[in-house]
Design a protein around this ligand. Structure first.
Ligand code: COA
Length: 423
């Protein structure tokens, strides 16, 4: 853990579940000293949710809390409050994602925190931003996906299951945490110039909306011209645009290059025997060559996006036939030679065992005191001069006595706190 750029930055990690922990885990990978503050006895609720090994911290916890230390502290008791105040005086950042108002109710208002340490950066995740008409709501992942525009624009626009759809990617949770990490580092750099800390807040709604930028673009285009030419509904189902609201576009590409998920050999029995295929405008020539259709290169019904759009599904159908006797890997191996943007649909099982992801540190195996070891997703950010090493998530209260001693408490004082169940 030596020579990590964030070494020396002290972070009070007052977070739980996913959005906050994902943020502080990232900062811990990069060298920050992250002390997770948890309620004595139970800790972060994810320690015990959906356990796969009896008595051991659940994977939800281990995969979001690596490289941290754990301090148990009842911050509603006077002794616990005093410890937290001491920590605030000596730390750089406090991250929290409690329900609205919880930190204030505990007595740690922004004003109080500033009075303890004017350099403190207080970073918060909430469901909605301050002053929002929903600011009082508690929020989990899927609630945020609905409130931030992802659900209304994801899924099929017709058929039995055509309602708003949730993505399995953590757009509300981890994504908000990643936004918060950027905010924290920005405030930290700001503090180097001004000496002053500040409050940094990211709402889950805003973080989801920030990723739905392209869909907001589509709303603005729809308001202007009344249809969306790259959507699969165009031009055969113009009714889809008549209410003036961005419709769901299923697996269509979000930019100026249409794409679709195509079946490959074995799709009848393998739920992931598919590839994603993109028709990039300037790659049309290579696509025709790859498909053995050189005559499409000069045919006006094929050689412009406008020419192709009215029968784009027919074109995708042709490509699907072309790859019907090829596995998803064989199909990609053909198309990659023609520089066509495409990839196999990979299952979690395939990703877990992917040699390249193991080699790059994107999937890592981490030794753990109770579990033996566990696999987790490592840092997606790679550096030329630093390899983030993932170390085990802490056991509940594993570092309580160490942290209290570092804060200057004597062994006797620590015993008194234990006896009072304050830690
Ligand atoms: C995630 C969420 C819905 C969970 O709600 P919850 O389980 O009811 O938990 P809360 O965050 O409201 O906290 C519950 C209480 O525990 C208390 N608590 C937490 N840690 C404590 C500790 N170490 N010691 C004493 N009390 C503690 C809080 O002060 C709060 O008390 P209060 O509400 O009675 O004043 C809620 O925290 C939330 O909306 N967070 C913001 C958005 C977010 O991050 N969502 C989830 C992302 S994964």
């Amino acid at each position: 853990m030596s020579n990590k750029p964030l070494q020396g930055i002290k972070i009070i990690d007052f977070t739980h579940v996913q959005a906050g922990p994902a943020c502080t885990q990232l900062l811990a990978w990069f060298g920050a000293d992250v002390i997770k503050v948890e309620r004595p006895g139970s800790g972060d609720v994810t320690r015990s949710q959906l356990r796969d090994v009896p008595g051991a911290d659940a994977l939800y916890f281990t995969m979001l809390n690596s490289n941290k230390r754990s301090l148990t502290l009842d911050t509603k008791k006077a002794e616990g409050k005093a410890v937290l105040e001491k920590m605030i005086k000596e730390s750089d950042v406090m991250v929290e994602n409690f329900g609205p108002g919880a930190l204030d109710r505990m007595g740690f208002t922004w004003e109080h925190i500033q009075s303890l340490n004017p350099g403190m950066i207080l970073a918060s995740v909430k469901g909605f931003s301050d002053g929002h008409h929903y600011e009082d709501l508690k929020v989990y992942e899927n609630v945020a996906q609905c409130a931030g525009g992802a659900a209304s624009t994801t899924g099929y626009w017709k058929g039995e299951n055509s309602g708003p759809t949730i993505s399995s990617a953590a757009l509300g949770d981890s994504n908000t945490g990643m936004h918060l990490a950027i905010g924290i580092l920005t405030a930290y750099i700001g503090r180097q110039k001004t000496g002053k800390g500040q409050k940094v807040a990211v709402s889950m709604q805003d973080a989801v909306l920030n990723l739905c930028r392209v869909k907001m673009r589509d709303q603005l285009r729809l308001d202007k011209i009344g249809y969306l030419e790259e959507y699969p509904q165009y031009p055969h189902e113009m009714d889809a645009f008549k209410d003036g609201v961005v419709p769901r576009g299923a697996n269509a590409g979000g930019g100026g290059q249409p794409g679709w998920i195509l079946k490959c050999k074995g799709w009848e029995t393998d739920p992931n025997a598919y590839i994603y295929f993109t028709i990039q405008g300037h790659a049309w020539g290579p696509i025709c060559d790859a498909l053995g259709k050189p005559e499409w290169k000069d045919d006006p019904a094929y050689n412009t996006p406008q020419g192709r759009q009215p029968h784009i599904m027919e074109i995708f159908g042709f490509i699907e036939k072309f790859i019907s006797d090829k596995t998803k890997y064989e199909a990609v191996d053909i198309f990659r030679k023609f520089d066509i943007p495409c990839a196999p649909v990979l299952s979690m099982k395939e990703l877990l065992h992917d040699k390249s992801l193991r080699a790059s540190g994107s999937i890592v195996e981490v030794p753990h005191k109770v579990r033996g070891s566990y696999f987790t997703v490592g840092s997606p950010i790679k550096f030329s001069d630093m390899k983030p090493e993932v170390t085990a998530s802490p056991l509940l209260g594993e570092h309580t006595d160490d942290v209290l001693a570092e804060l200057g408490y004597s062994a006797d004082q620590i015993k008194v706190m234990h006896d009072a169940n304050a830690v």
